[in-house]
Write a protein that binds this ligand. Structure first.
Ligand code: NAP
Length: 399
């Protein structure tokens, strides 16, 4: 029996709150806190089987966070606000002696750059206090690393080639919209690509490398090589990897909009003066784009995210593909959020459950592939994200 404080009342926060509420035997008391309390209240109202508490908090204000944590006394904070707030929330957890979990690694506001160095630097502090920080426990990062750890443990002696393949085969009917926070999303997908090859990072231009990949129940989709944060920890934790890449599908219409947004300067994070007021173009654009929370209603189709791995078993080459398909409509019917929020929120709840039930433990800062994948893999299907594995198939890559 535990108390959790969920911070961030966006699409992912909605799913985490709903999913925690479905497991009262573990999540005995739940509080949802965010910058805008009315959003927390609306989510709390949509949870009909339980009463959850709500609060207003500025997650960039450590004293405010500390006061809230001290009054609610949670066992764990689940941070599903924005990556900008990670370090403030980790500081507040250290000050109050509370465990921590998030779904996206820290990013400074003024630089579109994500890497684990800032959060890995908290290792000694969390260790010294006997506290656990679980980093990146959404789908990708998160489930993608647990899939890798699971295949590495049960299907291979050594893994050599890893391709994380992320397809959104859904249709929300809008000309252009992002599936999670538009500011974070556009920062991520306009960066240079990067992948691991023979012990070094290889950089590419954004969307320079494309492969046509086939996704179960969806079909063939243009898939673009991108840099994604979990590659950094996976190549460290699986040193046998000769190559590690991340692919995401984008349609031509989406890429055309994105190109225009960049060409007219609206993807910029450099502040400009507008009628005497300083604004950040990308933050302004976010306000004009559809809120990802509102996409669920008419969202059809599925997401399909998985890992394609080549390695060796008993001295012979072997391949395996593990994946989940998630229906946007089913996710919406259950939680009021679309599939991208759902596939992030369910692993966050299950990661918290792993820790709170003693299946994952340890003092310090952890990436999820460092824990035993088995209890997580057993739990994640029944909680909403079933998975499948196919062995010895064509992975569609020339190595
Ligand atoms: N690992 C994965 O697979 C994965 C996939 C998708 C997303 N994510 C991550 O999940 C997180 C949430 O995504 P989302 O789509 O739910 O985003 P979102 O809809 O924009 O929600 C973010 C929430 O955080 C709140 N917030 C922002 N700044 C705050 C502050 N200073 N203090 C308190 N609350 C604050 C926002 O408050 P307001 O409502 O007042 O704006 C909003 O409710 C992001 O970090 C994202 O990168 C991870």
């Amino acid at each position: 029996m535990a108390k959790v404080l969920i911070i961030g009342a966006g699409g992912v926060g909605r799913v985490v709150a709903h999913k925690c509420a479905q497991v009262p035997e573990v999540f005995e008391e739940i509080m949802l806190a965010s910058r805008t309390k009315s959003k927390c209240d609306a989510i709390a109202k949509s949870i009909t089987n339980r009463t959850i508490q709500t609060a207003q908090v500025d997650a960039e204000n450590v004293p405010q966070l500390v006061a809230l944590i001290q009054s609610f006394k949670p066992d764990m904070v689940i941070n599903v606000a924005l990556p900008y707030q990670d370090l403030y929330i980790m500081d507040a957890c250290l000050e109050t002696g509370v465990h921590y979990l998030d779904t996206a690694n820290y990013e400074p506001k003024d630089e579109a750059k994500f890497e684990y160095s800032w959060q890995w630097a908290y290792q000694d502090k969390f260790k010294a206090k006997g506290l656990t920080a679980i980093l990146g426990c959404g789908f990708d990062p998160g489930q993608s690393q647990i899939y890798t750890a699971y295949l590495a443990k049960h299907y291979f002696d050594e893994i050599h080639y890893l391709d994380i393949v992320d397809c959104n085969g859904g249709d929300h009917g809008k000309a252009f919209a992002t599936n999670f926070n538009p500011e974070i999303n556009i920062r991520e997908i306009t960066q240079n690509g990067k992948y691991w090859k023979n012990g070094a990072w290889v950089e590419t231009k954004p969307h320079e490398i494309m492969e046509k990949l086939t996704y179960p129940n969806i079909g063939v989709r243009d898939s673009y090589l991108m840099y994604h944060e979990e590659l950094e920890s996976l190549v460290k934790n699986f040193p046998t990897l000769k190559q590690a890449r991340f692919w995401m599908t984008f349609g031509q219409e989406y890429l055309t909009h994105l190109r225009v947004i960049q060409n007219i300067g609206m993807a910029s994070i450099t502040p400009i003066l507008y009628k005497g007021v300083e604004i950040v173009p990308l933050q302004f654009l976010k306000e004009t784009l559809p809120n990802p929370d509102t996409l669920g209603d008419n969202y059809t189709g599925e997401t399909s995210i998985g890992c394609r791995i080549k390695g060796i078993k008993n001295g012979k080459e072997k391949t395996a593909y593990i994946w989940n398909n998630c229906s946007h409509q089913a996710a919406f019917n259950e939680t009021g959020a679309q599939g991208v929020s759902y596939t992030t929120g369910v692993p966050a709840m299950v990661g918290a459950l792993m820790f709170l039930t003693g299946k994952w433990s340890g003092a310090g800062v952890f990436n999820v592939e460092e824990f035993n994948p088995d209890p997580f893999m057993e739990a994640i299907g029944p909680y909403g994200l079933p998975w499948e594995v196919k062995e010895d198939i064509d992975l569609e890559f020339q190595y």
